[in-house]
Design a protein. Structure first.
Length: 124
């Protein structure tokens, strides 16, 4: 027999495929020395203190751009949430006051412009 014939014969012989069972993941005992903590979200329109504070663990997803802070106890988190809400409301009030001042100044300018146009017409 030639070597080529032997190789062809080996290819023709089918070896039974042994079925494998999927590996089962062992339940790992994860050590969490941190435990639970309380996250304070940044305040937003219509949010209350209760909306801002939630309990989390190191395994929860926390988005930094939405977070004001993380605290060990709920009372500290509530205090910071209250402060953040007050600051947010104060900034909102300042912005509303500035917008009202702008609208008032704009109206004054329009009134003066109208008066100036009337005086120019009267002079012609």
């Amino acid at each position: 027999m030639k070597l080529v014939d032997l190789l062809n014969e080996v290819e023709k012989v089918e070896k039974p495929v042994k079925e494998t069972t999927p590996l089962e993941e062992k339940a790992s005992s994860v050590i969490d020395e941190i435990g639970k903590f309380f996250v304070v979200k940044k305040p937003g329109k219509g949010m209350t203190k209760e909306d801002m504070v939630y309990e989390a663990t190191i395994f929860d997803e926390i988005k930094m751009d939405e977070t004001k802070g993380a605290y060990k106890n709920r009372s500290e988190a509530n205090r910071h949430a209250t402060e953040a809400l007050k600051e947010y409301e104060m900034q909102l009030k300042e912005m509303e006051d500035a917008m009202e001042e702008f609208r008032s100044a704009k109206k004054d300018i329009e009134d003066k412009k109208k008066t100036a146009k009337e005086k120019i017409k009267a002079l012609q």
